[in-house]
Design a protein around this ligand. Sequence first.
Ligand code: ADP
Ligand code: MG
Length: 383
Amino acid sequence: MGCVQAKSSSSSSPPRIEKLKSDHGYVSGSSAGRLPPRPRSVAAEVLTERESPAPLPPLRQISPGEDELVDGWPRWLVNNIPRDVLAGLVPKSADSYIKIDKVGQGTYSNVYKARDRDSGKIVALKKVRFDTAEPESVKFMAREIMILQKLDHPNVLKLEGLATSRMHYSLYLVFDFMQSDLTTVISHPAKRLVEPQIKCYMHQLLSGLQHCHERGILHRDIKGSNLLIDKNGVLKIGDFGLANYFNPKKKRPLTNKVVTLWYRAPELLLGSTDYGVAIDLWSTGCLLAEMFFGRPIMRGRTEIEQLHRIFKLCGSPSGDYWKRFKLSENFRQTYKPTILEAFKDLPLSSQSLITVLLALEPYNRGTAESALQSEVRTIMIQL
Ligand code: ADP
Ligand code: MG
């Protein structure tokens, strides 16, 4: 699978609701359904759940009247989420897809490869948890959909629609089907990525991230399995389940319990709640190095061990850093930076980008835009 630059996608306007109802298999009938009872609760727990997957719970009975349709959507959905979440989305019935295979299982989602019965198109259906009795679960699900709706970039996985079941509380996010993901590509036993491929994936990741950050969205879970790759080698950032809005001019506290441990920035491990784009750039730096080495570079088993590994690589933090993050005595030892030695065999341009992205100080990591610019400068020098 080669790595290529993506072309811009075009968006189409939603067709009329009445036509949709008949086109997508919505017919009247009696209610009998079930609902997943155990949702995500607070973000901290979301991550804990995320790191120790549990099977999806059994479904619950649907209440009478909730199987009616409102503008093409089941009443149980309309009654439970803000209307603007659904604006611009085409209501489809889950019955209009044939599931072919389960391709991914997270803690609060199952992802299926499926075929659209009408068009024959192969899609990915991400079944998300939804429990009307648990407002937090509804909030998280609505946030993921709203964030996906705000994004439109060739390197960001586009939400193509929502499919629901009238008889069950089942909600599926519909995406184009992607052949692979970056973890699978990196860990291929026989094929180590070569420099031009790594640069190409990095360029796409940074372009997608730049778009998210420009739109005021932090991804908060950048890692290989959330970066999907299509059959042409186009990389798209997916899984916005932990993403959130941010405004650097109007900061509000955000939970630090985000990002999978091996890709988590030091400021998050130290409890920061006023972080910004730099947390996604740290994860990007970890991935850049991972692409060269063929495996994750810092595999801590606990948050403390992860911090030790970070300081071993980057060296002791400055006195100011100590004060700002109230570092405990556990870390009062001199760490000699090993970053230059660790990456000495990498191409020079990548060495310097990794050093910037893996800076202990968040403000030294720059932005996705500055990383893209430095990449362009390097290519110009090489020409
Ligand atoms: P979770 O929140 O459970 O991690 P993801 O959105 O990351 O959900 O999806 C879980 C897995 O399903 C991904 O790591 C990937 O392997 C697979 N997957 C997700 N979206 C697609 C897609 N559009 N095409 C193919 N596979 C996908
Ligand atoms: Mg995921």
